[in-house]
Design a protein around this ligand. Structure first.
Ligand SMILES: *Cc1c(COP(=O)(O)O)cnc(C)c1O
Length: 446
């Protein structure tokens, strides 16, 4: 099946959103629940490479990748071909009824590419939240303990347990309680906002977290420490150096399962296959989703055979988990990451983005921080050069301008003042530069 080539050039032929998108947005109001919102309501016709084309004929530069999902590009030909082949054979049997090879192959691939060369097992599910829920189930079953430790600014999903694990109230938790118990929140090593400055943030935050775990919960009661190695929705917070290794060591010494939530950071996004690799951390369990299957819904928990196999037969599963088409897509996506050397490409994208953004930040005091790794980069907007007060108003103006010029940009952050950039790893250098120039213009006009 031939996929239509999407021309790799920005093209703006109407206002953004255009008349057809505005009409659909109007229609949507009387059919779609308003609780689900859209960052930029241009309705999509097709997408590929670094471009998203809308139904009005505009071609937008994609700095979002559907929230770090289409790392290998949208409608990546290899992904489309393999998923289509599978769909024509069978669409579903339920792995818990009649299994199939694709599921086993994806587990083999995950066991191979995740950090650590120990004996591993994997479990496939549908969404990131479901993977996190299952990682907690496994950690509790394996340890016989109940407490779960999470961090300030964390995001782990929208189901009941994962809402409890997520830090931010609005919009994720407001009105949706009561939440699951035995969840304890610790300080995060957030260099830009650490009271004594970024220098010793990592070790100081680790010390505080470990002291609080010991004093308030008791290490012997903790089943798992759950953390995103770079926080996503929380604002692309790269923890101060040393924070993650100290936590991992503490977990190892106390029989606590260290779970890395790599749902946003995984699959080459940060310039390593997984973000944990940067500080040489081998998590006990790792949750993956988003970038795993080139846009098809799939998620996984991967971990040591000993932990994963601690759960009784029948204790894990789900009707759709490891859907055959999603598995075929995942195998194609991993092949694509490896054959196109997208880990290396993510590093190059990161160098370009960080370089340009730091140069822009030198000229505008409201850019308080430029941070990230690989193709996962953000800027945090503040009141001024010496005032770290969050500046969500400036963010609103910047993002509105970029959207109007056909640049898809996402926001993040506990204080709603972070612009995050997550281009597909197959974006061309020219589109990357053009997108960054639009962002630069936005600051110049502010
Ligand atoms: C997106 C995300 C989730 C939730 O994934 P869903 O597929 O939306 O359920 C969990 N953890 C992290 C770090 C995420 O970025």
């Amino acid at each position: 099946m031939a996929t239509p080539e999407v021309a790799q050039a920005r093209r703006i032929v109407t206002e953004i959103p255009g008349p057809k998108s505005r009409a659909l947005q109007e229609r949507r109001r009387s059919s779609v629940a308003q609780g689900v919102s859209s960052a930029l309501p241009v309705y999509v016709e097709r997408a590929g490479g670094g471009i998203v084309e809308d139904i009005d004929g505009n071609a937008l530069i994609d700095f979002g990748a559907g929230i770090a999902v289409t790392n290998v590009g949208n409608a990546s030909p290899r992904v489309v071909e393999r998923a289509a082949e599978q769909l024509a054979k069978f669409t579903h049997t339920c792995f818990m009824v009649n299994p199939y090879e694709g599921y086993v192959e994806v587990c083999e691939a995950l066991n191979r590419i995740t950090p650590g060369d120990h004996e591993k097992r994997s479990l496939l599910l549908n969404s990131g939240a479901e993977a996190v829920e299952n990682a907690v189930k496994i950690a509790r079953a394996a340890t016989g303990r109940t407490a779960v430790v999470v961090f300030d600014h964390a995001y782990h999903g929208r189901t009941n347990l994962t809402m409890a694990l997520t830090a931010k109230n609005m919009p994720y938790k407001q009105g949706f309680g009561p939440f699951a118990g035995e969840v304890y929140r610790m300080p995060m090593a957030y260099p830009f906002r650490w009271p004594t400055g970024p220098g010793d943030c990592g070790p100081e935050a680790a010390r505080q977290a470990i002291d609080q775990i010991t004093a308030q919960i008791g290490a012997q009661n903790v089943a798992a420490v759950l953390i995103e190695p770079i926080q996503g929705e929380g604002g692309f917070i790269v923890p101060g150096t040393g924070f993650l290794p100290e936590l991992a060591d503490f977990c190892r010494a106390n029989g606590i399962v260290f779970i890395a939530d790599e749902i946003q950071t995984g699959f080459a996004r940060t310039g390593d296959m997984f973000a944990c690799e940067h500080e040489g951390i081998v998590p006990d369990l790792i949750t993956t989703a988003k970038g795993i299957a080139g846009g098809l819904p799939l998620s996984a928990v991967t971990g040591s055979a000993e932990l994963m196999d601690a759960v009784h037969a029948g204790g894990l599963g789900g009707t759709y988990g490891g859907n055959p088409a999603a598995c075929a897509a995942a195998l194609a996506a991993v092949e694509e990451i490896e054959s196109q050397q997208l880990v290396k490409r993510a590093r190059a994208i990161g160098e370009t983005m960080l370089g340009r953004l730091r140069a822009i930040a030198d000229r505008y005091g409201i850019i308080g921080d430029v941070r990230g790794r690989g193709a996962m980069v953000a800027i945090e907007l503040v009141a001024g050069a010496d005032d770290h007060t969050p500046n969500p108003d400036a963010l609103g103006e910047i993002v509105r301008y970029c959207h109007s010029q056909g640049l898809i940009l996402l926001t993040a952050g506990t204080y709603g003042n972070v612009i995050r950039m997550l281009p597909p790893l197959v974006i061309g250098d020219d589109l990357l530069d053009e997108g960054l120039s639009i962002l630069e213009e936005a600051f110049a006009r502010l």
